[in-house]
Design a protein around this ligand. Sequence first.
Ligand SMILES: Cc1ncc(COP(=O)(O)O)c(C=O)c1O
Length: 373
Amino acid sequence: MLKKIWLSPPHMGGNEEAYVKEAFDTNWIAPLGPNVQQFEKSIEDFVGNNTHAACLSSGTSAIHLGLELLGVSEGDEVICQSFTFSASANPITYLGASPIFVDSEEDTWNISPILLEEAIKDRMAHGKKPKAIVAVHLYGMPYKVDEVHEVARNYDIPVIEDSAEALGSSYRGFNCGSFGDVGILSFNGNKIITTSGGGALLCKDQKTKEKAVFLATQARDDAPHYQHSHIGYNYRMSNVLAGIGRGQMEVLKDRVAARRHNFQYYKEHLSNLTDITFINEPEGSYSNRWLTCILTPSFKVRENLRTALEKENIESRPLWKPMHLQPVFEKNASFVNGVSEDLFERGLCLPSGSSLEIDDLERICEIIKNELK
Ligand SMILES: Cc1ncc(COP(=O)(O)O)c(C=O)c1O
């Protein structure tokens, strides 16, 4: 049996078990406790820019709470990058609001500032000013922060910065996660660091963080008995899983270096194949290269490569299918230019785990080269 190569498997650093054991030894088997506090502090120290982090059960729950804290409610419209994973858009619907999808630009594959402004103007002309914007640093590549936030500021619309895939990426020297009115991270099993499942809401001040934690712990009023004046959620991260996160934060920089090395290796060994192209970092952008993505000349070539790798027990994936093409969102308004549809047709994510060895990378490149011969 050929060795299985996964797209993006978890990669433990070594100290995770000790922190988990600490939770067991001290009986902090609860959705709060010292590991949660320490994990939050290490995220805040890393992201910087006066970030206040609330650790939650997932990135999806962080987007849900972020939208609620920004005042999104029933009947509202929220602009969302179309080229993303469904979790960027789904929480908009949890609140009874509707996502309006905006396509990407070609430099970063993220939300186009030009189409964003068009979408805002159009919705305002229909008497529906969007309540928020969900912008995504897809595959770890920062979106055009200056341009997107300028449009948002001009129309006074808050931004949820979806950094689920971009911990360790930065833009003009500031870390991703620190730009939005709120930001979110994911620690799902396939992310650059993981707690098996988990996420964080990144807030601009302590008061907003406290409000998020209040909502995430069933919105209990301050009383000796159980009293509730708001609808709450059970969204807090467990102290056991936060132990994994503490250990993972200690190796985050190594994980970014390893993923960037994967990208460099693929680029060096594949870019002489005229059929394959890569996305470069625009000036001022630093990507964690969460997943290395290639563009092939056609859907057919992309599928040939994917199935050739599959036959050799190697996992690869087409790029995200845009939300405006998803059956579940077919009735939602969208502002499109063909960019994300083309990326979906021709793009493939290659194995990108930080534990990949040179032999693995060599094996993958050989298969791709043979297929394109
Ligand atoms: C862009 C993006 N947004 C949001 C999420 C949701 O994160 P989670 O899986 O932790 O709920 C993910 C990942 O899963 C993602 O890739």
